[in-house]
Design a protein around this ligand. Sequence first.
Ligand code: DOR
Length: 434
Amino acid sequence: MKQDLIIINGQLIDPRLGFIKDADMAIKDGQILKIFDKKRITEKELAKYEPEEIIDAKGCIVTTGMVDIHVHFREPGREDKETIMSGSQAAAAGGFTSVCCMPNTTPAIDNQETVKFVTSLAEKGDCRVYCIGAITKGRQGKELAEIGDLVKAGVVGVSDDGDYVQNPEVMRRALEYSSMFDIPVISHAEDCQLAGDGKMNESYESSRLGIPGTPAVAEEIAIIRDIKLAGLTGARLHIAHVSTAGGVEAIRRGKAEGVKVTGEAAPHHFCLTDKMIGEKYDTNLRVSPPLRTEKDRLALIEGLVDGTIDCIATDHAPHTEEEKDVEFDHAPPGMIGLETCLGLAITYLVEKGYLTVPDLIRKLTVNPAGIVGLEVGSLEVGEVADLTIFDPNKKWVVKESKIVSKCKNSPFIDMKLKGKVKATIMGGRVTYRS
Ligand code: DOR
């Protein structure tokens, strides 16, 4: 259901055209009808529009709807953790208007029927949901999935996320095949043999805590191999959740050599380190790839700053309380991330002086959209009204009771953050308001 809306008192930041201006905005039939940029809308004009809702965006930024290219919505298969509907609601609460679902569902998204199933469920959801198809059948790493069929059904990329494609020959074919459709192959870069049975970063901390470690080199080698293969094939490679300094450096070098490689960082990797695990053994800190050292965290931020890391993606990975209420080694990897992403990014990147707000917006809108080939509109008349409105200065505390996602596996609960979503609008419909 589309609504007629007026957004008043906000500051518009357009990541595509690069403008910043104070202006009001009228939305009708899902599109931007008018921008009041010469002067703010008058009482008289406001009355004439008879909007169903007026959003007062005082102190807020109004920008293009945020895009998360890495979420796990668990449907089909584990609807107790998240459904397409609940995930889309969590996305809207986090300010996102588009997300891409990873294919590690049961069954895996490796065929047209599953893609159609997910996209049909998304029709009634609170954000646009796109599918990433599996690289290999059943995500087994052996036989390529029918990538052409998946593309026909609408997938915007392929990935065996959760697992690395160990066989380099299979990865080479995947890159060749995908390049025919100009979609990215998204790599969960972690050499299995080197990673072994690791449950956290291999470091002084893992030895101290007696938890098996996975070395940084497992990621670095995997990234370097895939960049070599992308160079060979001319295909587009995207590295998911980069977590190591060596990984950032490998991508930097790949880009300099002209390889079509992009990278993403998850908020938990640029906010947290392995040192925090020993404080409470919080199983919500168990993620794959694992939290690394302070040196890696800072290298990741440097990568975000210099453009080596193109975008921020949450790797929103819901797991139930029962599954996480075990010893650290036994907990499944992953934490939810959609609803804390913006606040963490503002608190850890903007407040610390690493990124400006417009830089951050690019990393959450046009850059991720570009990687998977999604169109992002600008803040102009006639464009689709997919918008995120947020207050960059609003301080808030992450409260478990307020989490929209079905699962609450976040180590950020009770943390104070700065920067909060005020409203999310998808196709002219308010999907979230705080
Ligand atoms: O921590 C993670 N959890 N990393 C992944 O790659 C997969 C994800 C999941 O599906 O739970």
